[in-house]
Design a protein around this ligand. Structure first.
Ligand SMILES: Cc1cc2nc3c(=O)[nH]c(=O)nc-3n(C[C@H](O)[C@H](O)[C@H](O)COP(=O)(O)OP(=O)(O)OC[C@H]3O[C@@H](n4cnc5c(N)ncnc54)[C@H](O)[C@@H]3O)c2cc1C
Ligand SMILES: NC(=O)c1ccc[n+]([C@@H]2O[C@H](COP(=O)([O-])OP(=O)(O)OC[C@H]3O[C@@H](n4cnc5c(N)ncnc54)[C@H](OP(=O)(O)O)[C@@H]3O)[C@@H](O)[C@H]2O)c1
Length: 532
């Protein structure tokens, strides 16, 4: 992941491209800058800037709150060390998509071991923009007194020689099959996806996630090429333009670098708009809808050279999915539970890259580039006797199906309580046959269901939890672990609030004491979350 060799001098813009020498030189510099992945070691001054500000135990710092907007998190982190401000700029989910946890990713950037500022998927463009600004601040750090402390050594993500163990060294897995989990008439489209790992020899433990490198839809790629007015076969980076757009670069949110490119090669009002967009402004109120294709349409009179165009795009990032199977139960097999992302903006249908790739673009027998992302702090208890409470509405069921299959395979005697919910009982009860059979066999000690759209009023898993709060408290008091999986932005927070209320009411505590109790559960690893 962290390549330490400086890149060669890059002449990206060919001399035949329709630019003046000055423009060519500027563009070469611009793209060389974008590609300059070579991390230089921190100077003593920069090390001081990284460390500047109060350190100490800030594990409870309020800017860790993933539900706060970035501006508020940055304000709360003001005056902190640079690496802490960088962490505040991230979406704070510890989702692992960047290959690190948030703390280690920010440490790695702040200590200049990681040059890529665009890896935070949930943070998106606003995180990348803020990291760029902070990075520039770091570069300009004033000289400090001699003898300043060295930069902190960031924990690099696990890069092993074994293929399939990190996003930087994927392995091939074979796609086996897919099966729709919703019944006809559902508003949702969620697929059970099966992979065969026997070819690559990978294993995993329940709680781990699976990284998928999806490819862009070829129909979409062809539309982009048509808008670009280029030939499919134009050679770019040793491939054809079509291949590069299919396999290597993201066609989703247009990056600032693309707007910068447009600002340079256009003039007048268009140039002003492109420049404003590159600075995170929204001159026409459509910035959030501008993927790469919409940007080409917006600047329809301006056509960059395919090579410059490709260099202005972001690399295609892998997507993570919670593994919904157990290697102990079915060695060599792996399954996922994937919700399709489809929505419409204007007249155009937009499709999620990886979810739709898995739902309709791969065929049984196809090889897909994948890796296993080890879970950090999301696992079954080591003691198989410990009871577990699992709260996973929607696709949040995925790791809990895996937990249950694993406990069955290993004969773990601990009690298991599942809270599942979704929109409608008649259409969205994923794995109902399996779960009912587990209930009948006694593996699933309790199953509590919540259907949000069956009645007139929304009814969520946390409403069900409150109804059975006394029993839930008894399980906690007996030493149960509690787990949440699914939506990070609203569900996880609301469920945690319900948990605090239950602890206060049935554990005879004030709200403050209940908050402390839940905090302690987290510290002891008895309350774990896998949210996205
Ligand atoms: C640790 C982890 C585990 C995960 N486990 C699962 C899992 O088990 N199952 C699962 O389904 N997902 C899971 N995810 C989420 C998954 O990684 C992907 O983010 C998700 O499938 C969408 O990816 P995509 O490539 O299909 O969509 P993308 O191409 O990434 O598009 C998604 C983006 O589209 C935009 N968007 C989506 N809907 C709308 C809308 N209505 N209006 C406007 N814009 C919109 C948003 O910007 C959104 O971020 C997990 C994520 C993490 C980090
Ligand atoms: N960013 C968002 O706004 C948003 C919203 C939903 C889902 N997602 C993402 O969509 C993907 C897949 O979603 P999914 O299939 O897991 O299902 P989901 O769309 O998250 O919904 C699962 C169930 O949770 C309910 N729910 C909604 N808000 C809730 C809350 N605050 N507390 C508890 N339950 C709540 C839903 O009810 P209702 O839908 O009937 O309210 C539904 O019954 C995930 O990546 C998820 O993070 C994002």
């Amino acid at each position: 992941m962290n390549q330490m060799t400086p890149p060669p001098k890059i002449e990206i813009i060919p001399s035949s491209a329709p630019f003046s020498e000055a423009q060519r030189s500027w563009l070469n510099g611009f793209f060389a800058g974008l590609l300059s992945d070579a991390p230089a070691p921190l100077s003593a001054e920069q090390g001081a800037a990284v460390l500047q500000g109060p350190e100490g135990d800030d594990g409870e710092a309020p800017w860790h709150d993933q539900t706060l907007p970035i501006a508020e998190r940055m304000k709360l982190a003001e005056g902190r060390a640079m690496r802490r401000r960088m962490m505040a700029a991230m979406a704070q989910q510890d989702c692992g998509q960047c290959g690190y946890n948030c703390n280690d990713y920010s440490d790695a950037i702040a200590s200049k071991l990681e040059p890529r500022l665009n890896l935070c998927v949930p943070g998106g463009k606003e995180t990348a923009r803020m990291l760029k600004a902070l990075h520039e601040e770091l570069e300009k750090a004033p000289p400090a007194a001699s003898g300043t402390a060295a930069a902190p050594v960031a924990a690099a993500p696990a890069i092993t020689a074994e293929p399939g163990r990190s996003r930087d060294n994927p392995a091939p897995a074979t796609f086996v099959s897919r099966r729709l989990l919703n019944k006809a008439g559902s508003e949702k489209e969620t697929w059970h996806i099966d992979f065969d790992l026997s070819g690559c020899g990978l294993d995993y433990v329940v709680g781990d996630s699976f990284g998928i490198f999806a490819k862009n839809d070829l129909g979409h790629v062809d539309q982009v090429i048509a808008l670009l007015g280029a030939s499919h076969a134009t050679p770019v980076r040793g491939k054809t333009l079509r291949e590069v757009l299919h396999e290597d670069v993201s066609l989703a949110p247009a990056p600032d670098s693309l707007f910068e490119l447009f600002s340079f090669i256009s003039g007048g009002a268009q140039r002003e708009k492109a420049r404003a967009l590159a600075q995170g402004e929204d001159p026409d109120g459509d910035a959030a809808t501008l993927d790469v294709m919409a940007t080409l349409q917006k600047f329809s009179g301006v056509r960059p050279h395919p090579e410059a165009f490709v260099e202005a795009l972001e690399p295609l990032q892998p997507r993570l999915y919670s593994i919904s199977s157990s290697h102990n139960a079915t060695p060599g097999k792996l399954s996922l539970t994937v919700d399709c992302v489809r929505y419409v903006i204007g007249k155009r249908k937009r499709l999620g890259l990886a979810s739709i790739f898995l739902a309709e673009r791969i065929e049984p027998g196809d090889q897909v580039k994948i890796y296993v992302q080890k879970a950090h702090g999301f696992a079954l208890p080591q003691d198989p006797n410990v009871p577990i409470i699992m709260i996973g509405p929607g696709t949040g069921i995925a790791p809990f199906r895996a937990f249950l299959l694993d406990r069955k395979a290993t004969g773990a005697p601990g009690k298991n309580w599942l809270f599942f919910g979704h929109q409608r009982s008649g259409y969205d009860f994923f794995y109902s046959d399996e779960l009912n059979a587990m209930k009948t066999s006694g593996l699933l000690t309790r199953m509590s269901l919540a259907w949000s759209r069956d009645g007139d009023k929304k009814f969520y898993v946390q409403d069900r939890m409150r109804e059975v709060g006394r029993e839930l408290w008894t399980w906690l008091a007996e030493g149960a672990n509690i787990y949440i999986c699914g939506d990070a932005k609203r569900m996880a927070k609301d469920v945690e609030r319900a948990l605090v209320d239950i602890v206060a009411q049935f554990g005879a505590r004030t709200t403050d004491e209940a908050v402390l109790y839940v905090g302690e559960l987290k510290k002891k690893g008895r309350f774990q979350q896998d949210v996205y």
